[in-house]
Design a protein around this ligand. Structure first.
Ligand code: PLP
Length: 431
């Protein structure tokens, strides 16, 4: 049994056993002997626990008939999606590719919401044919196009307006989405005008409203505001909406000191329940059957995955030390794009507590290809290191930049052990 957590670990599946790091009971040293680094490993047990907690807390908070639509952009691995589908998860998608992937994984159209500002005609057509739960519409021209495509196919499109509530979410500016300077959603005035324009509704029906103000939210003030604005707009609609979709965005702890700051799922659910009660449900004589939809990604999958890399070599330039690893920003972009922090944990626990200041860098020809500059043990060639909490926006944001391959994705399936769940283009096959 892997037990002790005496190196700062934020990923719950990680633990040292006899000074060697295990992930959900699997030795990472052994795993790296049989699988080429770098690779992602996901843990079924953490993934399932996160999903069940999310859904369970929504129910506990009294939220009506909740539908949790996992945001595929955070991690579209088909085997992970199958597991979520079996738990009753829906999907939040932003492209035809994600639509196909969700369907292949067994998520039915009636549990799929389709967000995104740039939907194109073939995607809209496919979504109509597959009967998606809603098009989360982000512009008037999009609404018009969906209605036109629905008319051609003799279908009725289920429309949800994504509201831009004009709030300031406290997060990295690249992942805030709920203000008018952002391309996302429609402001209230435009939604009200569109509802009153009959030509948009010949083959479309308004069924809901959604809001999503940003990602990695640790402070829920703006979320509370947005939920209330959503509820107020919801009760002003000509017909009671079938659902109100409060989006995703709940933050995770990427470092030990963030663990205390991270909002509990129960706190978040109570905030949503209270906000919708006050702004929406309480205003009807007879309580409407309006259900609540969620679009979480990161909170479900971030800490269910790690990225394992091997140290290639060290380089010391004057007073600067570089630890060069075999994973790069093409495999895991978050540090390069957002300056995001991930814990870097040695697989073999160092015998001494000595640390050195080092830049942990990948092989990509960009200076931003740097996972961290911090005090770490003095690694040497061949050492394995783990980038923690890498399950969300890791593989999914990856690319073949510098004509590198793509890392393997592995899944720990409890007692069944380990399985390769994606071998798209391993580095070794390119050489
Ligand atoms: N919904 C929408 C519309 C999004 O754009 C995103 C992420 O950007 C999400 C949900 C998922 O957000 P998170 O992974 O932070 O929960």
């Amino acid at each position: 049994m892997a037990t002790k957590r005496n190196f700062p670990l934020t990923t719950p599946g990680l633990a040292y056993e006899k000074n060697s790091l295990y992930f959900e009971g699997i030795s990472l040293e052994k795993l790296a002997q049989t699988h080429p680094t770098p690779f992602y490993v996901y843990g079924q047990s953490t993934l399932m626990a996160n999903f069940q907690e999310f859904l369970g807390e929504a129910q506990m908070a009294g939220l009506q008939n909740p539908l949790v639509c996992f945001a595929l952009k955070s991690n579209p691995n088909k085997e992970l999606l199958k597991l979520l589908a079996n738990e009753g998860s829906g999907a939040d998608i932003v492209s035809g590719g994600e639509l196909k992937r969700a369907l292949e994984a067994g998520i039915p159209g009636e549990r799929i919401v389709f967000s995104g500002v740039g939907k194109i005609e073939p995607e809209i057509e496919l979504a109509l044919l597959k009967g998606v739960y809603s098009f989360n519409v982000e512009s008037i021209e999009e609404l018009e196009l969906i209605n036109t495509v629905a008319k051609r196919l003799n279908k009725t499109a289920r429309i949800c307006f994504r509201l831009n509530p004009i709030v300031k979410a406290k997060t990295h500016k690249f992942i805030a989405t709920g203000n008018k300077t952002h391309k996302f959603g429609l402001i209230q005035g435009d939604i009200k005008k569109a509802i009153k324009t009959p030509k948009f509704w010949t083959h479309s029906k308004l069924v809901g409203l959604s809001v999503h103000i940003g990602s990695q939210l640790m402070d829920l003030k703006a979320t509370g505001k947005a939920v209330k604005i959503l509820g107020e707009l919801g009760r002003s609609l000509p017909e009671t909406p079938e659902f109100l979709d409060v989006g995703g965005g709940l933050g995770v702890a990427y470092s030990p000191d963030e663990i205390k700051k991270r909002p509990e799922i129960s706190t978040y659910m109570q905030l949503v329940a209270r906000g919708l009660e006050e702004s929406f449900y309480a205003h009807y004589k007879q309580r409407p059957k309006t259900r609540v939809v969620f679009e979480p990604g990161r909170r479900i999958v971030a800490n269910a995955g790690v990225f394992v890399m091997k140290v290639l070599r060290q380089k010391v330039s004057d007073d600067q030390r570089f630890t060069i690893v075999d994973g790069g920003m093409n495999d895991m972009m978050r540090p390069a794009v957002y300056g995001a922090h991930h814990e870097i944990v040695p697989v073999k626990k160092p015998a001494s507590s000595k640390k050195v200041d080092t830049h942990v860098v990948g092989p990509i020809c960009e200076s931003t290809d740097c996972f961290a500059q911090r005090q770490l043990p003095p690694f040497k060639s061949g050492d394995l290191v783990v980038l923690s909490d890498a399950g969300a926006y890791g593989y999914s944001m990856g690319s073949n930049y510098n004509l590198r391959g793509r890392p393997l994705e592995l899944l720990v399936e409890g007692d069944k052990g380990i399985r390769v769940v994606n071998k798209a283009q391993p580095y070794e096959d390119l050489l």
